[in-house]
Design a protein around this ligand. Structure first.
Ligand SMILES: [Zn+2]
Length: 270
């Protein structure tokens, strides 16, 4: 599943290669994604020109000259690539004033492609109620302290809640808690000031590191169709039973909110 760093990598590719391009025409498949494709509204983008590429959480917001915004979410298997269309899971094809076209493909169809009207972002249910971006200044120890105050839910669940902070998926939550030496099941209100500081620092550093690695695969978006997958060196995620890279004890796993979580019981004491 594309996580925030991969979406940011796609955004950068769009900033570099899509902004400035005019849309000559749009073709859509008849299959619904997470929501049916707004075929007529997408076709109505013909003649418009892309002017910007932003990201909010894992939503790509591609701005157009008319004031409209193309909202794209990659879901589980979605991808935006510049290449010749015609493959089995191609759902939207943007014919541009320069070859090749921009293709949205999505085998499992959990993705989303919508056209927002000018000022339509405020009304968009997907964008409402989102917490701060993890890499922006608003996400700091003081903010996290306020979010944790009086809350008994496990810190990992809090960290993965988009209303608290966006874009910290399971991998990044597990890895940043390990690096901050915090047990994932500790009730949020029990975290001390140093732990909060360490956690914020590690969330930011792991996301930056991932974006840096993802950034090296921007070229993949220009043709191969398999972009943005990068290898982050994982300390605990997916390593249950293997040796901890710090203390060499076995990495443990637990289920939290239906998701597996990984931690070192020795390095991350409760
Ligand atoms: Zn350990």
């Amino acid at each position: 599943m594309p996580e925030l760093p991969e979406v940011e990598t796609v955004r950068r590719a769009m900033q570099q290669h899509l902004v400035g391009r005019r849309v000559l025409g749009v073709r859509t498949s008849a299959k619904p994604l997470r929501q049916p494709l707004p075929a007529a509204r997408l076709r109505g983008l013909a003649g418009d020109r892309f002017t910007g590429a932003r990201r909010r959480a894992k939503y790509l917001l591609l701005d157009l000259e008319s004031g409209r915004t193309l909202l794209v979410h990659l879901g589980m298997t979605g991808n935006l690539v510049f290449r010749a269309p015609g493959e089995k899971h191609d759902h939207v094809v943007f014919v541009l004033d320069r070859e090749p076209p921009l293709v949205f493909s999505d085998p499992r169809r959990f993705g989303l492609v919508l056209v927002l009207d000018p000022e339509g972002e405020e009304d968009c249910p997907y964008l409402r109620g989102l917490g701060p971006e993890p890499l922006e200044r608003g996400f700091d120890a003081a903010y996290l302290e306020a979010q944790c105050r009086g809350r008994r839910r496990p810190v990992k669940a809090l960290l993965m809640d988009n209303a608290v902070v966006v874009g910290v998926g399971n991998i990044y939550a597990s890895e940043s808690l390990f690096r901050a030496r915090i047990h994932p099941l500790v009730p949020a209100h029990q975290l001390g000031p140093d732990q909060l500081k360490a956690l914020v620092r590690e969330v930011k550093s792991i996301l930056r590191e991932s974006i840096r690695r993802g950034g090296t695969t921007i070229g993949d978006y220009l043709g191969s169709g398999e972009g943005g997958r990068f290898q982050l060196r994982l300390s605990v995620y997916g390593r249950a039973g293997e040796n901890c890279l710090v203390c060499e004890g076995p990495v443990a796993s637990a289920v939290l909110g239906g998701r597996s979580t990984f931690y070192c019981p020795n390095c991350q004491k409760k």
